[in-house]
Write a protein that binds this ligand. Structure first.
Ligand code: RB5
Length: 142
């Protein structure tokens, strides 16, 4: 599985911790690097475009709250970016919503929670069935 990660300055610390923790998976780090203020739509859209194009199977996005960067990513056709806060939401994002991006807030979740959510997000399959019909209806809205 090819995985990319990106963040703005509000999420860079947590992003760097996730890159370190999951280094064995060969995650591609699309920045930002360092704490200088940047604009989350630039990072959310850049990663989302590459997931939508099939270059990456899954994406991880982090900003301060997780809100702005998930909104930006969801503007890209084919993207289902799920803003998650705990293990339950990360699991449902995959099982029910077939999310291809997980978004989280660097000022919201602690490192242990972020690691747990990422592990779940990367290892949980979509259930399909009635959920596939609903996801297809989301795609039809594009
Ligand atoms: C940046 O200060 C902050 O607005 C951003 O990281 C994010 O929380 C926006 O939704």
């Amino acid at each position: 599985m090819k995985i990319a990660i990106a963040a703005d300055h509000g999420g860079v610390e947590l992003k760097d911790a996730l890159v370190k923790k999951f280094s064995s998976l060969g995650i591609t780090d699309l920045g930002t690097h360092g704490g200088e203020s940047v604009d989350y739509p630039d990072y959310g859209a850049a990663l989302a475009r590459r997931v939508a194009a099939g270059e990456f199977d899954r994406g991880i996005l982090v900003c301060g709250s997780g809100i702005g960067i998930s909104i930006a990513a969801n503007k890209i056709k084919g993207i289902r970016a799920a803003l998650c806060h705990n293990a339950y939401t990360a699991e449902m994002a995959r099982r029910h919503n077939d999310a291809n991006i997980i978004a989280m807030g660097g000022r919201v979740v602690d490192e242990a929670t972020a690691i747990a959510m990422t592990e779940i997000f990367l290892n949980t399959e979509f259930e399909g069935g009635r959920h596939a019909r609903r996801v297809e209806k989301i795609s039809a809205l594009e």
